[in-house]
Design a binder for this molecule. Structure first.
Ligand code: BGC
Ligand code: MN
Length: 405
């Protein structure tokens, strides 16, 4: 028999060492803040209705806001030519008002009369109820309005039929047919090569917004060049174009700047404006329904047109993925405004899957350098240059723009 080796285990040392290792493994993430739920304030569910500004309240704010003069925002006169072309084409083809061939002035007069008649008919309507009776609350599966989600691409004809069924007017406009809306909003979306997601977004959003009994329009801007995608610039363009949509309506005074791949799951999340700009995409499924960091401003933001102009919109410098939303948040803070949020339980969103974009390495450079008011003053709506690639399209489900620069 081999002699037994005696091992001298120093138990207290083993214990001490494993204790230290455990402590480090536990302490490091805690110190990094990883196990601490983010603390942020939010508007509780019961106050949502009260916090949302009515059309009249928004108008009062809008009228008292200083008017900002923007330069001619198109790179050259081409866009105006393109726009004029569509104007006359649309008016000529307009069977409903039957004025083909008449002078522009006459058309305007006629249109005005028509609008007046329409307004008169609607003037007899009662205001919509404070809380829409059509709200459903949380629905974990994003829908396409008529139930289910179709992966098949829809033809224009199918979209037209959908619009007709839902009472959506060409150019993605809707208003409650039987009551006067309390809130109005323009939803502005940017995209490039996301046709499937755009279809999904439109078919989800129209019924969602209609259930909220809002007066609304959806505006979509496609980036039509090979430059890196510039979300800030595209949303700035969407805003500038939204001002030119006719007929003008209260929806132009409150805007939601929205990613195409985020679908709201709870219709208690009212698409209207609050006194302060509002970060809407608080609880996104791909972020485990948690805010990744408290200053995040990506996804979707609702704010008054007057506020968007006061901060001079987005910076146009964030070419490629990331940073433009952080910069946007700085602009808001620098103007003495701040972001608010709704209860995360009503701010849930589903993100449509896509290949992750390549992060722009230059974004931190800009973020660190440019966050003062002076920087914002000459980088944003006031310095926006772009050209329409095609006439604005009154698609059945959206006002659609294709732009380059
Ligand atoms: C980017 C933001 C983005 C956020 C969440 C940040 O690093 O700068 O643009 O919204 O990550 O994905
Ligand atoms: Mn995305």
């Amino acid at each position: 028999m081999a002699p037994r080796k005696s091992v001298n285990v120093k138990y207290h040392k083993v214990f001490l060492q494993s204790f230290v290792v455990t402590l480090i493994l536990w302490l490091v993430p805690v110190l990094q803040g990883r196990y601490v739920p983010l603390q942020y304030s939010y508007i509780p569910v019961k106050d949502i209705g009260e916090e949302m500004l009515s059309i009249r309240e928004v108008d009062v704010i809008h009228q008292s806001a200083p008017i900002r003069q923007f330069n001619v925002h198109n790179e050259n006169s081409k866009s105006q030519e393109i726009r004029d072309k569509v104007d006359s084409k649309q008016n000529q083809g307009s069977k409903t008002i039957g004025i083909a061939g008449k002078s522009k002035q006459l058309r305007k007069k006629f249109k005005g009369k028509n609008a007046k008649r329409r307004d008169k008919a609607r003037a007899g309507l009662l205001p919509c109820p404070e809380v829409s009776p059509f709200l459903k609350g949380l629905e974990l599966e994003p829908q396409q309005g008529d139930g289910g989600v179709s992966e098949e691409p829809w033809s224009l004809k199918m979209m037209e039929e959908f619009a007709e069924r839902h009472g959506i007017q060409p150019g993605g406009f809707w208003q409650p047919p039987h009551c006067l809306p309390q809130h109005a909003v323009t939803v502005i979306v940017g995209q490039r090569n996301r046709t499937e997601q755009l279809q999904h977004f439109l078919l989800h959003m129209h019924p969602f917004l209609a259930r909220q009994q809002l007066q609304y329009r959806i505006i979509v801007v496609d980036q039509d060049n090979n430059e890196p995608y510039n979300r800030g610039k595209i949303l700035n363009i969407g805003y500038m174009e939204s001002l030119q949509v006719s007929p003008p309506g209260p929806e132009q005074q409150c805007v939601v700047l929205h990613d195409v791949d985020l679908l709201p799951l709870n219709d208690l999340n009212l698409y209207a404006c609050t006194n302060m700009p509002r970060h809407m995409t608080v609880a996104v499924d791909t972020f485990r329904f948690q805010l990744p960091y408290s200053e995040i401003a990506g996804g979707a933001v609702a704010l008054l047109a007057a506020q968007f102009e006061a901060i001079n919109g987005f910076s146009n410098r964030y070419s490629g993925w990331g940073g433009e939303d952080d910069d946007f948040n700085n602009r808001i803070n620098n103007q003495g405004l701040h972001m608010v949020r709704l209860d995360p339980r009503v701010s849930q969103y589903a993100m449509l899957r896509h290949k992750p974009a390549v992060e722009s390495p230059t974004r931190y450079q800009f973020l660190d350098a440019g966050s003062t008011n002076e920087d914002a003053d000459d980088d944003g709506l006031t310095s926006l240059r772009y050209t329409l690639s095609a006439p604005p399209d009154r698609h059945p489900l959206m006002m659609h723009y294709t732009v380059h620069w």
